[in-house]
Design a protein around this ligand. Structure first.
Ligand code: NAD
Ligand code: UD1
Length: 335
């Protein structure tokens, strides 16, 4: 048996890009995904890009019997845990579904890990745990809060992981707080494929550029920002994926630790700057109108990146134009 990394949610947007970086770094990858928000054909693309097809099990992280079997049959060294639901609006209308999938699912996964003696876990948290930022850039010791059920699942899971870490020596846990993941693999073979109307800015802008939607609604131009529109720390998904490999290596090579770390670029861009950058990448006009603020939105958000640099020796280096170029290549291949 060879040591493997179990990647839950590995056919999803961030998971699939991370599988590629793990393979490039010499890891063996076992993907567990219930395909509730992704397609099995992603595995074909991963094979085409990397020359290696990750092992795949279609299944649910809430299925304890399946998890026990996986840990018995495979020599798993660590788990990178992406599986979960992520739409903020849907979490407000279906809170129980979010608590079940995200919280119950993660508890079951960690119980199975505990029983199998697997104590290394890299978890997809989110900058949403900082709530409305009291300072910029946002450091990891900023106070935490949640304003919707999705954010609450991330906050509660961070707490649960802290409790587990303190209850039993030996756990190595990385809480990776992502800022705004965008872009796609430069091959154009994998990317973000939102179902229905995209909630997030970049996929929406991409669909306007490709003619699928008429115009972007800019949610508010009266924020206290340079051009009045919301400012976010957009990070290329390939940089983000490399951040996972850096976190995994760090956890494997150091003493057991519970590490909460920001994965962002440390620089913010406004909605209008994003629209302009995407227009340059696509060579298309991107019509927009100014709409009311979206409830729950904050004005600005960007990461303090020092801890990631110091501990993980990792920084995000792809710029906004590369994010838009790659997102456009992926979008163009879709339509
Ligand atoms: P995604 O929906 O593309 O990927 C999640 C994957 O998990 C999907 O393939 C889905 O089929 C699978 N899945 C969901 N529930 C499952 C279950 N119960 N059992 C097995 N598989 C299940 O999302 P993503 O953008 O790749 O996000 C990955 C993780 O990162 C999520 O936990 C998300 O909350 C977190 N995150 C995402 C963002 C973002 O903007 N994309 C930002 C911060 C944090
Ligand atoms: C959203 C989620 C957040 C999640 C993050 C990453 C909400 C309230 N927050 O954050 O929990 O962690 O995605 O997945 O949903 N915008 C427009 N028009 C659009 C879409 C967005 O103007 O059609 C603006 C927003 O107001 C914001 C910026 O674009 O200023 C980015 O929005 P989005 O991509 O949804 O990300 P966040 O709001 O940062």
């Amino acid at each position: 048996m060879t040591c493997k990394i179990l990647v839950t949610g590995g056919t999803g947007f961030i998971g699939s890009h991370t599988c590629l970086e793990l393979i490039a770094d010499g890891y063996q990858v076992l993907v567990l995904d219930n395909l509730s928000n992704s397609q099995e054909s992603v595995l074909d693309a991963l094979e085409q890009i990397s020359g290696t097809r990750p092992e795949f099990i279609r299944g649910d992280i809430r299925d304890r019997i399946l998890l026990d079997r996986i840990f018995q049959e495979h020599d798993i060294a660590a788990v990178i845990h992406f599986a979960g639901l992520k739409a903020v609006g849907q979490s407000v209308s279906q809170p129980l579904n979010y608590y079940d999938n995200n919280i119950a699912g993660t508890v079951i996964l960690m119980q199975a890990m505990q029983q199998a003696g697997v104590r290394s876990l890299v978890f997809s948290s989110s900058a949403t745990v900082y709530g409305d930022p009291q300072q910029l850039p946002i450091p990891e010791d900023h106070p935490l809060s949640a304003t919707n059920p999705y954010g609450h699942t991330k906050l509660v899971l961070e707490e649960i992981m802290g409790n587990v870490y303190r209850s039993e020596p030996g756990w190595r846990i990385g809480l990776l707080r992502y800022f705004n993941p965008v872009g796609a693999h430069p091959s154009g073979l994998i990317g973000e494929a939102p179902q229905g109307v995209p909630n997030n800015l970049m996929p929406y802008v991409a669909q306007v550029a490709s003619g699928q939607r008429a115009q972007v609604q800019v949610f508010g131009q009266d924020y206290d920002t340079p051009d009045g529109t919301g400012v976010r720390d957009y990070i290329h998904v390939v940089d983000l994926a490399q951040g996972h490999v850096a976190a995994l290596r760090y956890l494997q090579e150091n003493e057991p630790e519970l590490l909460a770390v920001n994965l962002g670029t440390g620089r913010g861009y406004s909605v209008l700057e994003m629209i302009q950058a995407f227009a340059r990448s696509s060579g298309r006009d991107i019509p927009y109108t100014i709409a009311p603020r979206r409830p729950g939105d904050i004005a600005s958000c960007w990461a303090d990146t020092r801890l990631a640099r110091e501990k993980l020796n990792w920084t995000a280096d792809k710029d906004i134009q590369e994010m838009c170029d790659d997102a456009w290549r992926w979008q163009s291949s879709q339509s």
